[in-house]
Write a protein that binds this ligand. Structure first.
Ligand SMILES: *[C@@H]1O[C@H](CO)[C@@H](O)[C@H](O)[C@H]1NC(C)=O
Ligand SMILES: *[C@@H]1O[C@H](CO)[C@@H](O)[C@H](O)[C@H]1NC(C)=O
Length: 301
């Protein structure tokens, strides 16, 4: 019953002002959805937010989590990706999965196409059709989409994106677990970006403390990996949760621990009867503020 309401909710919210754009990939035709900000003028350049859904999600999730309205209000172009069919046991075991779509983030989640290449092509395509400020391109994602966000952070550093926002995910590059964090160190090199991570203390899907059989490192180990890669040192407590933020100059690595919260991209407009009590961290708005405080990336291609 819950699922049926959820479906209805998504489809009612869909089809607003997004434009579906097709791109050709080795695996076949793929799409992304582009949302222009309020009063978009082609003669003016805009920052770009890219957003990636979780496993069994779809581009509709961007409506559900108000990512579309957040970007619209804040003057960001928004490009929302969509994954391909996953054969993971998680999808197979779901009684009524909303979709079977997921991303190849490395050791997760039953998808074997080149999704790093897909996201790169999506960004180049947006740059060729809309007026993007190349020094202000940001990547964000939820769950499996956060895992792809982290993989792309490891592999492309500051060549495209200025900052990365990961909610309820982790670095999952091969061979996974804490060894995967070392693979990330090696490919990231000396890039300069900012990074923010949100994680529910009571997440049972991608647990805060990690989960060895699925090669998921703990949220703290994953975060410490980014602190080291970014060379951040100066530490401060963040509001409103028990998170921590470390800085190096004007770059930061931030961890927002969300207490008494499970596996979700938290946003105050989500219906309580489906998603439970709002834990007080508005991820959609937090991410936009974080991106807004990130200095321009002069290394971007
Ligand atoms: C999923 O697909 C991959 C690649 O085609 C294959 O290697 C793997 O065995 C499949 N897994 C399952 C559970 O079917
Ligand atoms: C969340 O986890 C913490 C630490 O394990 C525990 O103390 C707390 O009671 C949990 N909260 C809920 C709502 O389950």
């Amino acid at each position: 019953m819950r699922r049926i309401f959820q479906l209805l909710f998504w489809f009612t919210l869909a089809h607003a002002w997004g434009k579906q754009v097709d791109i050709d990939r080795p695996e076949g035709k793929r799409s992304y959805w582009l949302y222009e900000p309020k009063d978009y003028q082609p003669t003016k350049s805009y920052p770009l937010q890219v957003w990636l859904h979780g496993l069994t999600g779809s581009h509709y999730n961007a409506f559900l989590f108000s990512v579309t309205t957040g970007a619209y209000d804040s003057g960001y172009l928004l490009a929302v990706g969509e994954g391909t069919t996953s054969n993971s046991s998680f999808v197979e075991k779901s009684v009524f999965p909303l979709t079977k779509l997921g991303w190849n983030a490395g050791e997760c989640c039953g998808v074997f196409v080149d999704d790093v290449g897909y996201v790169k092509q999506m960004v180049s395509d947006v740059k060729s059709k809309w007026n993007v400020d190349r020094s202000r391109v940001f990547l964000s994602g939820f769950s499996n989409g956060a895992m792809l966000t982290e993989r792309i952070a490891c592999e492309t550093g500051d060549t495209i994106f200025s900052a990365y926002a990961s909610c309820a995910g982790s670095v999952m590059v091969s061979p996974g677990g804490n060894e995967g964090l070392k693979t990330c160190d090696a490919s990231f090199g000396t890039s300069t970006v900012s990074y923010v991570h949100f994680h529910g203390l009571n997440d049972t899907t991608v647990p805060w403390g990690g989960y060895e059989p699925s090669k998921i490192p703990s949220a703290l180990d994953n975060y410490r990996g980014w602190v080291q890669r970014l060379g951040c040192t100066e530490e401060r407590q963040t509001d409103p949760s028990d998170g921590v933020s470390v800085k190096r100059g004007d770059r930061s690595a931030e961890l927002v621990r969300v207490n008494d919260a499970g596996h979700l991209w938290w946003e105050p407009n989500l219906p309580k009867f489906l998603f439970g009590k709002f834990p007080g961290v508005d991820v959609t708005r937090y991410v936009l503020t974080f991106f807004g405080n990130t200095p321009n990336n002069m290394n971007a291609l």
